[in-house]
Design a protein around this ligand. Structure first.
Ligand code: BJW
Ligand code: ZN
Length: 258
């Protein structure tokens, strides 16, 4: 009897000793956090990336950019991890060699129980000085920000320059340690799950490609086709919040932590 994609992927996952779970915005979609490029619902449908997610945009209008990130941070604080995030934490609990690499700037993997996800594109919860990079406190109890409404950024406690969001904008280098950890995990892994990413943004999109080139089995979880289809042995078409728990059950049965 031919195995279904999920059953086959479950067998591969159950045998894995050094899996990598590589996630993008689709991972958090069912927590109500919008993706970037999905038609109608993606952030870039509504907002101009060049006016909000570049260093030039912050220099031109720090209040607009800061306000937009305040709005997004407030939305993430109100969101809850979904069963997909919990399934990722369950994989980690089952296989101690698991590495979670995320492009997401939310904290939903951590809140679902993942120990130390590698954040390739920074975090909404790590603001820093735009001049001296000194870490700044996450503002607490700020006025409810409107959708992208200008909101003056706080000043650095060390040099008084404006504080910026601790995320990676277009044209900026990825945090060195995080990128090195991700590349090393891609080199070492036996199975890589690529979940909810369009695979369009580099260098992050190299991670599943590196793993595939070095012989790992790459399994994709995404309702849509992506450029990563070409390097994937299995494509599980569906939402992460459904497919990942099913995959964990296929790998370890109903006794799997979920
Ligand atoms: C579901 C689902 C469900 C829906 N379940 N799935 C031309 C060619 C190649 C490269 C470049 C180029 N021109 C410029 C570049 C470089 C650029 C780049 O890659 N651009 C491309 C867009 C063309 N890259 C950079 O600039 C990077 N830096 C760099 O290259 O530096 C060079 C350098 C070196 C040394 C010194 C200095 C410089 C930096 C990239 C930073 C990306 N930043 C952002 C914003 C972060 C902050 C913020 O959140 O605002 O990161 S952009 C945005 O895209 C965000 C994401 O992490 C990233 C990836 O998006 P992701 O996660 O894949 O989301 P989507 O929306 O694209 O896809 C969602 C997917 O989920 C879809 O497939 C859906 O089907 C699926 N989905 N529901 C499962 N329920
Ligand atoms: Zn400073």
């Amino acid at each position: 009897m031919e195995l279904s994609g999920t059953a086959e992927a479950g067998k591969l996952l159950a045998r894995a000793r050094r899996p990598v779970v590589f996630t993008g915005a689709g991972m958090s979609a069912e927590s109500g956090v919008p993706t970037f490029r999905d038609a109608l619902t993606g952030l870039w449908e509504q907002f101009d990336a060049q006016a909000l997610a570049t260093p030039e945009a912050f220099r031109a209008d720090p209040a607009l950019v800061w306000g937009w990130y305040e709005w997004r941070r407030t939305a993430v604080r109100r969101a809850e991890p979904n069963p997909g995030h919990r399934a990722v934490a369950a994989i980690e609990a089952r296989v101690p060699g698991t590495v979670v690499v995320t492009q997401n700037v939310d904290d939903l993997h951590e809140r679902a129980g993942s120990a130390a996800p590698v954040h390739l594109h920074g975090s909404l919860f790590a603001p820093r000085c735009s001049a001296c990079a000194h870490p700044a406190p996450v503002p607490d109890g700020v006025a409810e920000p409107g959708e992208g409404r200008p909101l003056t950024p706080p000043r650095c406690g060390r040099c008084d320059a404006p504080v910026r969001p601790g995320v990676v904008w277009f044209g900026e280098a990825l945090p060195e340690q995080a990128f090195e950890a991700a590349v090393e995990a891609a080199y070492r892994c036996d199975v890589l799950l690529t979940v909810g990413t369009s695979g369009l943004v580099y260098p992050a999109a190299e991670i599943p490609q590196v793993a595939a080139r070095l012989g790992a089995t790459v399994i994709q979880i995404n309702p849509e086709e992506t450029p990563l289809d070409a390097v994937c042995e299995l494509n599980l078409h569906g939402p992460a919040a459904h497919v990942l728990p099913a995959l964990v059950r296929a790998a370890w049965g109903d006794a799997a932590p979920a």
